[in-house]
Design a protein around this ligand. Structure first.
Ligand code: SAM
Length: 282
């Protein structure tokens, strides 16, 4: 059954009612287009009864789409006015789905527990914290199997990038620890209010069941990744010197892991970084 979703007029009315001036700091650009909302829900393959966590529900555009698909939604919103209004909006526009919504008024980056274990993450992420939020939720909620997020185009392409690509970087390697990622279509900036000055892209992920190692290995791997991309033009022998003490020690560690010391970080896959971390505790 199709619910009433939020269009330009509804968004304007809600913003006026709440006296909301969208802030850049919180990445507040609200979706005003029902087709985009239904597209995100479709790409995410949300099934009736799924437990979905949504980060930053804002005025509720995507939340209503998720509820329309029959999901149980936990929505985490940092802005108190928006968090307080969301149940009211849903009670008005989708009364039958109201019991399927739980709103948590908090900073998503501070959340380590939710009332239910979410299986999917679906969000139009606040752009300034999109990568940290994704990594945080994948780390803290092992129940998450898959997700679709809308992010700034450059960020989305970086997250999904493969070794050797120009935009391959620390976010690509870290994201790969948790799952496989793909971009799933671009989104016009015109479907937001206010219109942002960047383009957007959908990114889909599926969690992998064969992560390279435990938490300890993850932390060591991520430290190597950070060092390697901090100085991305340097060879690994140089870039990893701060981690291992000096260039010769870095070179020895790389050779022990079967990695040429004259390569650069952008040429290593996650498996290489993880093998290095496992072979030579820094
Ligand atoms: N989902 C809505 C939509 O599609 O119209 C709003 C998306 S808007 C791009 C991002 C939302 O995230 C805003 O509502 C903002 O207040 C919220 N937000 C920003 N930083 C946050 C954080 N650290 N934790 C939770 N929510 C946050």
């Amino acid at each position: 059954s199709e619910l009433r979703l939020l269009g330009p007029a509804e968004i304007r009315d809600l913003a006026e009612l709440l006296d909301v001036t969208p802030t850049k700091k919180l990445g507040q650009n609200f979706v005003i287009d029902a087709n985009t909302v239904r597209r995100i829900v479709r790409v995410a393959e949300v099934q009736a009864g799924d437990s979905v966590v949504e980060i930053g529900p804002g005025l509720g555009s995507l939340t209503l789409g998720l509820l329309e698909a029959g999901a149980r939604v936990v929505a985490v919103e940092i802005d108190g006015r928006l968090a307080a209004q969301l149940p009211v909006t849903v009670a008005q526009l989708a009364p039958d789905a109201a019991e399927h919504l739980t709103v948590v008024h908090r900073d998503a980056l501070a959340i380590t527990e939710l009332p239910v274990d979410p299986v999917r993450l679906v969000a139009n992420l606040p752009y300034n914290v999109s990568v940290p939020v994704l990594l945080h939720f994948l780390e803290h909620f092992p129940s998450l199997r898959s997700g679709v997020v809308m992010v700034q185009a450059e960020v989305g392409h970086r997250i999904a990038a493969q070794p050797g690509s120009k935009v391959y970087g620390a976010p690509s390697v870290k994201a790969a620890w948790y799952g496989t990622w793909r971009t799933a279509g671009s989104v016009s900036r015109q479907i937001f209010w206010p219109v942002p000055n960047v383009d957007s892209v959908l990114v889909a992920f599926e969690r992998r069941d064969d992560a390279p190692g435990d938490e300890q290995l993850r932390l060591r791997t991520f430290a190597l990744v950070d060092a390697a991309f901090q100085q991305r033009r340097k060879t690994l022998r140089q870039a990893l010197a701060p981690v291992y003490g000096d260039p010769p020690s870095a070179e020895a560690a790389l050779q022990a892991a079967g990695i040429s010391p004259s390569l650069r970080g952008e040429q290593l896959a996650l498996a290489d970084f993880a093998r290095l971390a496992a072979a030579s505790p820094a």
